[in-house]
Design a binder for this molecule. Structure first.
Ligand SMILES: *Cc1c(COP(=O)(O)O)cnc(C)c1O
Length: 427
């Protein structure tokens, strides 16, 4: 697989190089030079998730890794299912939250951990990442106990649901967590600054593990196929995906699935009030506002870092921008959508509810709508219970962490403070 830095086309990388580096020169994102379509879509859609995913990933990655290695990654990473739940007449939820940390980020996080473990061949690596919620947990779990890989996770203090936070701050061992007194965009900026700092990048063998890592995106492509495979054959070319979006990795993966030949009709980019992309799609102007805090906090991102990849697919003529509409949903309508879903017998959380709201508004009669269920409702227990006025049952994974002590450190929003902290805990 040939990847090109979107900021500097002379900076190219193989799949393994791009996974190992995360970001390219000038903080540029790597993106495949080309995406060749698959010619056996029907056959693939009849296979089970793991077997199909091995084919898709082998096709994308190419000869760089043998099929046996890719199949080992997939079998270690994709150990849970992604069922399509029927919600109303022509609307379904793709439930991506049946992994160990109850969020879709387990797919990408676990696949990436397998790739990095393979590539690092036992040499020391530090994963530095910022999380607005679920990435942290997924990355922490995926790497926990891999000896040569240390993980540092930054998160905005007090802006993540308490149970969600416990899922990654309680692990310890090679997993170091830091609460930063700032919002997610500031955490993301600290990570970028660290990658620009040669002392830190070289000295600590830095690697990023947020949604910019190409391995995560490739893994996420696989569940779009899984969704379509569960739709009756005669409806498979009518599917509209509504994607609850923050950093836009999920949507990027969906568009790659379409480039591979999956017959997706169109996409809806659903956001909360952090609506940079829906406004951009309407006006053509990229004008990020201050990030605002919402109950769908994993999407509280006003400068989505995967957007340049989507823009590149549009600019290269690979993806028709008319097949993407954006819509932002405010807090009141988010809550309304959660209540509506509950009245249909489907208890959901704010992120998926936003995607549902956009889908139910925009879906046309002969279309089949799928919104991505990105997290288990129990991860947002307080919000869900408040909005629905009824208690929800916690899955065992959350019961287990809820009584444990968080092991995070706390830092002000200062790069120097972070740097000193990292050297003190990692050297
Ligand atoms: C991360 C996250 C999102 C946003 O996904 P992106 O790929 O960043 O757009 C949506 N919902 C939940 C629950 C998440 O954790």
């Amino acid at each position: 697989m040939e990847l090109v830095n979107l900021k500097d086309s002379s900076d190219t990388a193989s799949f393994c190089q791009a996974v190992a580096k995360g970001l390219g020169k000038n903080q540029g994102l790597y993106f495949p030079e080309s995406v060749a379509p698959l010619h056996n879509i029907d056959e693939l859609l009849s296979m089970p998730l793991a077997e199909r995913s091995i084919h898709i990933l082998k096709h994308l990655i190419g000869d760089e890794l043998p099929t046996s290695t890719i199949s080992e990654f997939v079998n270690n990473a994709f150990t849970f299912e992604a069922p399509l739940a029927h919600v109303s007449e022509n609307i379904h939820s793709l439930e991506l939250f049946h992994g160990p940390t109850l969020a879709f980020k387990d797919f990408g996080g676990r696949f990436m951990a397998q790739c990095l473990k393979h590539i690092s061949k036992g040499k020391p690596v530090t994963i530095l990442t910022a999380t607005s919620g679920d990435t942290g947990a997924a990355v922490a779990h995926a790497f926990h106990g891999i000896d040569n890989i240390k993980v540092v996770i930054l998160f905005p203090k007090g802006k993540i649901s308490p149970l969600q936070e416990k899922l990654f701050t309680t692990l310890g061992d090679n997993i170091h967590t830091v609460a930063i007194d700032a919002d997610f965009d500031a955490c993301q900026q600290l990570v970028k600054t660290a990658f620009d700092d040669e002392d830190v990048r070289e000295g600590l063998h830095l690697n990023s593990a947020n949604s910019i890592n190409i391995s995560r995106l490739l893994a996420q492509v696989c569940y779009y196929f899984e969704a379509v495979s569960q739709v009756p054959k005669e409806q498979q070319d009518k599917v509209v995906f509504s994607v609850p979006s923050g950093n836009f990795g999920n949507l990027t993966a969906g568009i790659i699935a379409k480039l591979l030949g999956l017959p997706i009709k169109r996409f809806i980019a659903a956001t909360n009030s952090n609506d940079t992309v829906p406004r951009f799609l309407q006006t053509g102007k990229w004008e990020p506002n201050e990030t605002v805090a919402t109950i769908s906090n994993a999407m509280d991102v006003s400068q989505p870092n995967n957007w340049p990849r989507i823009q590149a697919m549009v600019d290269k003529g690979l993806f028709d921008a008319d097949l993407l509409v954006g819509e932002a949903v405010d807090e009141e309508y988010t809550q309304g959508a959660m209540r509506k879903l509950a009245s249909l017998g489907y208890v959901s959380e704010p992120h998926a509810a936003i995607a549902y709201r956009c889908l139910s508004k925009q879906l046309e009669e002969d279309e089949v709508g799928i919104f991505l269920g990105t997290a288990h409702p129990a991860k947002f227990r307080e919000t869900v219970e408040n909005v629905l006025g009824q208690p929800i049952r916690l899955p065992q994974a959350l019961v287990d962490v809820s009584s444990k002590e968080g092991l995070e450190s706390e830092l002000e929003n200062s790069y120097e403070a972070l740097k000193a902290h990292m050297f003190s805990i990692l050297k």
